[in-house]
Ligand binder design. Structure first.
Ligand code: UD1
Length: 416
């Protein structure tokens, strides 16, 4: 199993390019299920999660063509609207095929994603929404089996803000009979990127980016070409890595437009952040000031950046409080950071981090995608060598991580 070896203590400087957003790409690729015509996506990141989803789509009958950073999907034939457990278990986002399959085929069998390291993560809201649209849904033998001749527009209200839930229901509603209104909708930029692509395919959607989305169903959608938005979490992760190392970096192919909450907090640590049209530059002071954060749905501070901020607080001056309000078990990185010498106390969904002068390299274990990113940041500032085990988590969501970090001067190597 691959490991990552990091020799800490190097200030990150220079320039690197940000990839297309994983969390936008996953629902967008599923949207191709809604049409018989080919859909082409550009700026598709080369990530294991994308590979998993493409495999899942191709076993349903979708023709997949991949070339450099573009992917063309042709779902003219969809003879197997099934998402088997073996594929779904490694990636919860596979549930995003459910809405499009029911809408297009009138039937779908999708494995329940099951447990996940960061919490229970049920899909009850996805199911409740489809039922409200007239689908008969049975959960049996670990599978969600949904059936309906044609979905009907409905007024939907989700109990909590759910990103993939909103995306699934929005996609399903595109081919439903009549108008669907999703209240308490997620406002994440990835939802807007998906809506923009669906509109280009002929869908009638308004309100994406607000908490009420209206979709007027159409008979069919057509093909299009869509460029996937930049990854705001990858962007934020590199900004944190530069901040922690006292660095000075410029990230291209991205924008600070969707990162206000993160950029604000980085400025509070003492960093200077200059935003350009398609780039961001960050200059960090020699030592950061600790900043408290509280995660919440967009536009508030993203849960996917919580672990990285725990790492930067670990080496800042002062103490910070981190409150996680989205997932119940998302502090597994804290124990690993403690192995590197961080001073962190956990009480329920709150972590108190007291900054220390320095961390020391050690062997640590990646437990989930963003937790792994926090260990990379800690490894970059720690004295000596840090070995991160189980980096397959990182490969799910960070494209060419070692290459990009090396371009910024980091001493990092993959060990097979
Ligand atoms: C998405 C992101 C993930 C991010 C998360 C929160 C993708 C592919 N993944 O995940 O990176 O961390 O948003 O910003 O976009 N919930 C239920 N029932 C449901 C659905 C959700 O109880 O049917 C709960 C979840 O357990 C969680 C909360 O709602 O506590 C928010 O989860 P949700 O927004 O659905 O996360 P994902 O869409 O899975």
């Amino acid at each position: 199993m691959d490991k990552l070896l990091i020799e800490g203590g190097v200030r990150l400087t220079g320039e690197t390019v940000i990839s297309g957003a994983k969390n936008a790409a996953l629902p967008l690729l599923c949207a191709a299920l809604l049409t018989r015509e080919p859909v082409t996506f550009t700026n598709v990141p080369r990530l294991n999660d994308i590979g998993t989803l493409l495999k899942l789509l191709s076993q349903m009958g979708v023709k997949v063509e991949r070339d450099a950073d573009s992917v063309t999907l042709d779902a003219s034939v969809l003879d197997n609207p099934v998402a088997p457990y073996e594929m779904v278990k490694t990636m919860r986002a596979s549930i995003l095929v459910l809405g499009p399959l029911v809408a297009r085929c009138g039937e779908a069998r999708v494995s329940l994603p099951g447990g996940c390291a960061i919490g229970a993560r049920p899909v009850d809201q996805h199911i409740k929404g489809l039922q409200a649209m007239g689908a008969e849904v049975a959960v049996e033998h670990g599978y969600v089996h949904a059936k309906v001749p044609r979905l009907k527009g409905a007024r939907l209200f989700t109990d909590m803000v759910t990103v993939t839930g909103t995306e699934n229901l929005m996609m399903a509603a595109c081919l439903a009979d009549g108008e669907t209104v999703i209240e308490n909708a997620a406002r994440e930029p990835e939802v807007v990127d998906l809506a923009n692509c669906l509109v280009a395919m002929g869908a009638r959607i308004s309100g994406a980016g607000t908490d009420v989305i209206r979709i007027r169903g159409v008979e069919r959608l057509s093909g299009t070409t869509h460029r996937i938005m930049p990854d705001r979490i990858e962007t934020g992760t590199y900004l944190c890595a530069a901040a922690a190392t006292g660095g000075d970096i410029r990230l291209t192919g991205t924008s600070s437009a969707y990162l206000d909450a993160v950029v604000d907090k980085l400025m509070d640590t003492g960093c200077e952040v200059v935003t350009e049209r398609d780039a961001i530059r960050l200059k960090a002071p020699a030592r950061l000031t600790a900043v408290s954060i509280r995660t919440a749905p967009y536009p508030a501070f993203p849960t996917d950046m919580q672990a990285q901020f725990m790492a930067i607080n670990a080496v800042a001056t002062g103490a910070a409080m981190i409150r996680e309000t989205i997932f119940e078990n998302r502090f597994m990185h804290a124990v690993e950071l403690q192995r590197l010498g961080a001073d962190i106390r956990i009480d329920g969904n709150t972590a108190v981090v007291q900054g220390v002068e320095r961390l020391q390299g050690a062997t640590v274990m990646a437990t989930d995608l963003r937790a792994s990113a926090s260990l990379v940041i800690a490894g970059l500032v720690a004295e000596g060598e840090t070995v991160i085990e189980r980096i397959y988590h990182l490969d799910r969501g960070y494209e060419r991580l070692e290459e990009k970090l090396s371009a910024l001067g980091a001493r990092v190597r993959r060990l097979a």
